[in-house]
Design a protein around this ligand. Sequence first.
Ligand SMILES: *Cc1c(COP(=O)(O)O)cnc(C)c1O
Length: 388
Amino acid sequence: MNTFGPPKTVLARGAGAHVWDVDGREYVDLLGGIAVNALGHGHPRLVAAVTEQLQTLGHISNFFASAPQITLAERLGALLRAGVAEPVETRVFFTNSGAEANEAALKLTRRTGRTKIVATEGSFHGRTMGALALTSKAAYREPFEPLPGEVVFVPYGDAAALEAAVDRDTAAVLVEPVQGEAGVIVPPRDYLPSAQQIAHASGALLWLDEIQTGVGRTGAWFAHQHPALVDAPVVPDIVTLAKGLAGGIPVGACLATHGAGKLFDPGNHGTTFGGNPVAAAAALAVLDVIEDEGLLAHAEAQGRGLREAAAADPRVVETRGEGLLVGLTLVEPKAAEVVSAAQDAGFLLNAATPERIRMAPPLNLPDTDVAAFAAAWPTILDHAEVAR
Ligand SMILES: *Cc1c(COP(=O)(O)O)cnc(C)c1O
């Protein structure tokens, strides 16, 4: 329906961090399906988990439960509570995408009896009407207005602006721990702890959209648990997840702690596919492999390697992000040209903004691919004619 413009190329298959197009050309996949392919392409344990679950029990309705769904809910709750001293009860609603996870969360916030949401400039929360109402970019919003709700946008990373906007009518403060679509923007380390304090002082919920940053992407299970990103513990009331959670099988989750998990009554929300046993089994395989293969530390190391390789060229003026959510700022706005030159050289990247490149490769990216990128990068910048 002409929503994405013409596709860059038609891909035929993938293995590990590499993909091949229909003409047999090979690429290092440094975008990972936009932070989705956490284990790369065709990881044997993901393939086995999906295959076995589909052979055992593929779909049930939400009149019933399944073991993978229950286990996944418990695992996510335990990861969210890791390092938190006080007991926190966690509840989960499973969806099929990030936007749906945010829709569920938005409806949940309405059950507080308040309707105002304070979100941030540069935010991206998805394309359905509710998620779009929370997304700040005018070009995405304006063709579809009026959008639901009272949503106030404040500058990202600015606790004082947040404090000025949050009041007794505010149902929730909604923040991405690192803004992904905006071009990998990292807030000050006291921002999330301040956001929590500001929200709770007004009786509002703290809702973190970890759809892009969650499940190991930044080198921690959740970005809001990463010591490089926060200077004090944060226990959000709502966390939304999707992208990397099931390594490419569509899944999303709306997690809620404290009282927020109890705001829905039976009949308030629903989904036919959400909590599907195959998707849940895929997500469990992703969590297992991240743990067994030590991919949190690996993502941290490979992210450092990619940033150092990129920054070795003076045409990169700044590197951003944590773990394998990598942002590179170019000396001039030639990100589109760089992405195109990179593809010609056999590397898939993304232009997040006119001057910023984003990388979100598989968490198990091998050393050889980091080295290949390091070797090719100066030539890619030459071919894109980025000024020295
Ligand atoms: C991708 C993304 C979404 C939307 O997820 P979809 O699965 O595309 O609906 C929402 N929030 C953030 C932070 C994202 O990166």
